[in-house]
Write a protein that binds this ligand. Sequence first.
Ligand code: CA
Length: 529
Amino acid sequence: MKRLSFILFPALRLSGFAPVVHRQRSPQDLRFRSRSQPMKTTITFAALAGALLVLGAPLRAAEPAKPNVIFILADDLGYGDLRCFGGNDVHTPHLDKFAAEGLKLTNCYAAHANCSPSRTAIMTGRTPSRVGVRNWIPEESPVHLPRSEITIATLLRNAGYATCHVGKWHLNGDFNKPTQPQPGDHGFGHWFSTQNNALPNHHNPNNFVSDGREVGVTDGYSSGIVAEEAIRWLRATRDKAKPFFLYICFHEPHEPIATDERYKKLYPSDDPSFSAHHGNITQLDAAFGRLMHALDQDGLRENTFIVFTSDNGPAITPFHPHGSAGPLRDKKGSLYEGGIRVPGIVRWPGKTKPASVSDEPVCGVDYLPTICAATGVQAPQDRQLDGASFLPVLEGKPVARTTPLYWHFNRATSTMKIALRVGDWKLLAALDKNPPPRGNDITEGEEQDFKTAEPVSFELYNLRSDLAETANLTETEPAKFAELEAALVAKYHEVRAAGRTWPAWKYPGGEGKKMVWPDDARKPKAGRP
Ligand SMILES: [Ca+2]
């Protein structure tokens, strides 16, 4: 009311009114009184209400605008790769500063252990096996994010947001072809994207597509190109009358790595693959810093909700075996924590407390509900979502979940293919039918096995007392095991029944032929990441 009084009373005085209120004349009296005969210091309740209505318009306009949203995704950045998450080796000053300004999520998960399914969850709020995206999507694959899915970009676009995707898309095989939906079909008003990785590597990539038009060779390193395009869109292209949603997917530090000399030289080593890998993360950090600087220059810091995270754990490939999962077990591809727990930082000035930390578990399926809650946009009501808004975490409160956090990866590199987390407890399960651990073909047999495999051979861990998942407690904690086993089997059967299958398909192996490995990569005798 303080603000209301300040505005209302001077306005009344300017009109010849004073705020003395008692009933004497009707509103009609006020309406038809001649201007040459200014009314004395009386006003009716009805007239005051009318004045409030008239003044209500500018008051509403003074309400905070809808927040902008920027979602920033690193590719294969491990839980232990950042100093602000306990790493010691890699210089990431801009991300460390960002963490000091915002909220650090120490129990932040990707919804899957590799790229495409993890991104599917971010876009839809649904566990990726339910949607049908169960593994990374090679070029020309029939697998894609179906048109029937409702993405956060579509929801925000329909609510009046300007929307943009920059960087790695990886939600279809037929990229930039009419046979499958493209970023523009999933809600992005502008897109400057690659199907999967920057090719032939991060340096001078030739595979960006801008709103359906092939861009050709683009000079520079991928993270810089991605950041500059995001800044260009923010400054020159977007409709500034609208709030915006910007989805930025950096290619670093996913293979094939290429790193600017100025970042490699920060990490002198006899092993050039080490300098290239660590420098690659600093290269990402520098691009992130340029983006944050541009937001500050343009006055966009205050009303922008920003998320930074990674799509899965560190790859630790034969070419650059240097990423870190910190204290966690295993790496990308695995359902142990190292494969799925990732750095997570959010900043929303006035909502997040600087340098705050939360150990509340949050996951990739939570972003759609969270962004919907932050923007006042209704999440889809006609389908099963698997996440929940984590806005309560910003106030130190727990997330109100209706279904447990869940992972399902028939081709996980770990023996364990299913995982469920409730509180401090995590249950994993193997399956009684398994596809080949390598190879990218889709076969009828594998699709049938997906629909019929059953959980077997469980492992139970308490992550608070055993973060590294070393002590299987299924025998010593029978009651907790029984409780989580029932929850896991029920969730598994429900998702498996809903999950889409695909026609048989032979992997043509196209992307590997387009990669060029810089000299600083190691030269393993066999195998590619
Ligand atoms: Ca990835």
